[in-house]
Design a protein around this ligand. Structure first.
Ligand SMILES: NC(=O)c1ccc[n+]([C@@H]2O[C@H](COP(=O)([O-])OP(=O)(O)OC[C@H]3O[C@@H](n4cnc5c(N)ncnc54)[C@H](OP(=O)(O)O)[C@@H]3O)[C@@H](O)[C@H]2O)c1
Length: 229
């Protein structure tokens, strides 16, 4: 049984991943309320835009468990979360304060949470960090796809952070991968997305369960295939 930490288990992909892994592993989730109706080992109260809440939540986990085997940084937003309209969200449409708020949640928050869990990850068995990225963080894909430039840039930044963290943590035996979950029918993905939450989550669990340190630094899709940069 592994000990797994997943951010954003209140809804969407984070919730579906927590449900699946909790059937056989010890899962700790995070929500902004600190509560969940899922049968998890625990739920931490973390707002990724608030460094203090991340530090406090991670300290509570460090006081409760000796190690973590898998961290899934799943929670994420696009500019609509801060009031941006559906359209337009091009390079110059989203106001600066929304860009900054988006970066706090999608880039800075995962960096701080990973940093604060490093002592636990170093004590884990075959420890791995999965940063849920997006195809829209790919230079090749985002050249022609992706309405929300601020979101695309934030996922590209998360990828760069992940590449640097993978190099930094490899000597300690901690792997870091970036994972595009597919275009999925969540609140973010919308109803016209081709993948159901169950299809994406089932594939992600199978893919992540098979990853090793040798995969560190890869940018992969939900099905484990390599994603273009
Ligand atoms: N759906 C897709 O098609 C798709 C495609 C590519 C990548 N992704 C990525 O997949 C991940 C999961 O997305 P999803 O589709 O499941 O989205 P979702 O259904 O909109 O859920 C977003 C999650 O992020 C949490 N969250 C939002 N702001 C937060 C904050 N400040 N602090 C902590 N948690 C916060 C939400 O919690 P609350 O309930 O508290 O708001 C919720 O759990 C994201 O990183 C997203 O970028 C999704």
């Amino acid at each position: 049984m592994r000990r797994i930490v997943i951010t954003g288990v209140g809804r969407g992909l984070g919730r579906a991943l927590a449900q699946r892994w909790a059937e056989r592993d010890e899962v700790w989730g995070t929500t902004r309320t600190g509560t969940t109706d899922l049968p998890l080992a625990g739920c931490l109260c973390i707002d990724l835009a608030d460094e203090g809440s991340i530090v406090a939540g991670a300290a509570a986990l460090r006081a409760s468990v000796p190690g973590v085997d898998l961290l899934v940084n799943c929670a994420g937003v696009d500019a609509r979360a801060f009031g941006a309209p559906e359209d337009p969200r091009g390079p110059f449409d989203v106001p600066a304060h929304m860009w900054k708020a988006l970066f706090d949640v999608n880039v800075v928050g995962p960096m701080v949470f990973t940093r604060e869990l490093l002592p636990l990850l170093r004590n884990g068995s075959q420890p791995l960090v999965v940063n849920v990225s997006s195809q829209l963080g790919s230079m090749q894909v985002a050249a022609t796809k992706g309405r929300d430039t601020s979101y695309c840039v934030s996922k590209a930044a998360l990828n760069m952070f992940s590449v640097k963290a993978a190099a930094e943590l490899r000597p300690a035996g901690v792997g870091v991968v970036m994972l595009h979950p597919g275009w999925v029918q969540t609140d973010m993905g919308g109803r016209s997305a081709p993948l159901t939450i169950a299809e994406s989550a089932d594939a992600i669990v199978a893919t992540v369960d098979a990853l090793t340190l040798a995969d560190s630094g890869r940018f992969i899709r939900w099905d484990g295939t390599d994603h273009p940069w």
